[in-house]
Design a protein around this ligand. Structure first.
Ligand code: HEM
Length: 199
């Protein structure tokens, strides 16, 4: 007799169910198919303003989550490399506005909910990187390192993240993770809108 199919951990199916619509809506509005280098540069600046603020907010709790490897998950060095490659200097990067969205990140469950969004965003990166190369002629050395941040380790990093996420089992904690993920998606979309980089 064959083994029954392994069911998806509740936390992952709840996160997917709650955020698929938000992912689809955002995916349609981000101008990845642009041939306008200036718009692409403004998009990366807007990403930087969101991630920089959020990563420093996540760090104190993220650092305590066993096996998360927080220190290798930061995207700021890649975003900074892209900004320099796109022609900004240190003073211009320092002057980029920061997003101040009030996201709750006080517990591991909340942090893992936020990270579901940030880590999940690396999954579509490879195809985006190829498209950006075709349209703007840039690669990871000339402006799109962020979109291949984990390179060939993308799936390994995602599985490592999921094994931390699966520790969120308690119903109240699951609910707080889901709320954190939903709030992150909407805060990100709102921020990109404020920065004037969405279609
Ligand atoms: C044009 C933009 C985007 C495209 C084309 C895209 C594409 C994709 C693709 C193809 C996957 C599935 C990959 C796989 O299963 O191996 C995925 C997953 C995901 N993406 Fe995106 N994405 C985009 C933007 C974003 C953004 C901006 C975010 C968040 C800020 C995001 C968050 C996620 C999440 C959380 C998942 C994981 C879903 C899951 O497996 O539970 N994506 N994306």
């Amino acid at each position: 007799m064959s083994a029954p199919p392994k069911s998806l951990p509740l936390i992952l199916s709840e996160l997917r169910h709650a955020t698929t619509g938000q992912h689809q809506a955002l995916e349609k509005r981000i101008p990845f198919f642009t041939t306008d280098r200036l718009l692409y540069s403004r998009l990366i600046q807007a990403y930087y303003g969101f991630y920089r603020q959020l990563e420093s907010q996540l760090a104190p709790v993220a650092m305590t989550i066993p096996k998360l490897d927080w220190l290798v998950r930061g995207k700021i060095p890649s975003l900074e490399a892209d900004l320099y490659a796109l022609g900004l200097d240190a003073a211009m990067i320092e002057a980029i506005p920061m997003c101040r969205a009030p996201l709750a990140t006080g517990t591991a469950a909340q942090v893992l909910g936020v990270l579901y969004v940030l880590e999940g965003a690396t999954l579509g990166g490879q195809s985006l990187r190829n498209g950006l190369h075709a349209r703007l002629g840039i690669d990871e050395y000339s402006g799109c390192r962020f979109f291949s941040v984990y390179g060939t380790s993308t799936q390994v990093m995602w599985r490592g993240f999921l094994s931390c996420l699966y520790e969120v089992r308690d119903p109240a904690q699951r609910a707080s993770s889901v709320l954190a993920a939903k709030t992150t998606f909407s805060a990100f979309e709102e921020w990109l809108d404020t920065c004037g980089v969405l279609q």
